[in-house]
Design a protein around this ligand. Sequence first.
Ligand code: KDG
Ligand code: MG
Length: 408
Amino acid sequence: MKITGAKVFVGGPGKNYVTLKVETDQGIHGLGDATINGRETLTAAYLQDYIVPNLIGKDPRNSEDIWQFFYRGAYFRRGPLAMTVFAAVDMALWDIKAKIAGLPLYQLFGGKSREGALVYAHATGSDLEDLMDSISYYVEQGYKAVRVQCGVPGMPSASYGVSEGKGQNRNYITDFSGIIPKEEIWDTDLYMRYMPGALAEIRDRFGPDLKILHDVHHRLLPREAAEFAKAVEPVRLYWLEDPTPADDQDALRLLRQHSTVPIAIGEVFNSIWDCNKLIENELIDFIRVAVSHVGGITHARRIVDLAAMHHVRTGFHGAPSHSPICMAAQAHLNVWAPNFGIQEYLVLGTPECDALFPSEHYLKDGLFHVSDTPGLGIDFDEREAARYSYTPGSLPVARLEDGTLWNY
Ligand code: KDG
Ligand code: MG
């Protein structure tokens, strides 16, 4: 069996999804996701210029060797662009492999450990009451878990993940358009004084059963994060996400000495070498890597298995930074992984997205059910794709009030 060609597409409804389609001499194709927020044309060029010519003629069934060929062959190790590109190839090859077997991908991992995988939605509000509305919307939709973010009174600009609107028709206040990033002002003191009380009010309003998650987006220093984690302990969060800067694998030690709040980290990691110490030292409870940013299924499985040895559960990233192809790959891992925790869920469900990426995966009562179609169980409609093209966009940056650049 041989790879005969591979195509790269950029675009999608409201997002610059980067899609790889690998074709074979047996008429079977595989799909991969190389989307990376704000740098989409670069993964597309990497695929087109370096990867596609090297794929032609290779046997797609040798996915491990092909992964090693690109990873070691790049000489320079890791990095988000390279690992995202390798991920797209890897997903496509596992898709092909499972289609050859005539099995849904999860069967190649070891079958199902559960029927539906728990997901969490993003509830956000310009202020706390607006956030309460947004949480109610998702609870009414059957979600059992929600991530909650709201504007902080007095904060000079919208802080991370805050939106306004009603129900599903909410828009982020932050403007992501254009190549020059918008700048927002962050004030740690205002946040630390306000957010623990706001989280406590949410718990009071929604009762003990709702799983409440909160994302700090790497904005606190280790001592501040320890103080914050202690303060929110009575809320019984499902997790506190990214409390400390992500680059420092030791930063959570202080927090761990002072709090038992479950910690989730990892959406910005791109290899096992970014989280092996965090996992081995049991400094986290959930690992948040995304299959599309961490070298694909082959590499993600190594992380999942390492995590399982240390009681760390999965909580794969699922922001709109990933196309439904990555979400499908994660859905197969989620139904299999013995140490599955929860899945962030935002992408599937809009009619435009479903038309571009048809699938039978579905969400019901806050659980994600994976399709039994052979492979990843997702397709890509090239005619639909022709409607879309690249639109420049970027994530904002955050500064302190005195101008110091901070973590976004
Ligand atoms: O690409 C960056 C976004 O995906 C990120 O800001 C979203 O923090 C995020 C989350 O938890 O989904
Ligand atoms: Mg996050």
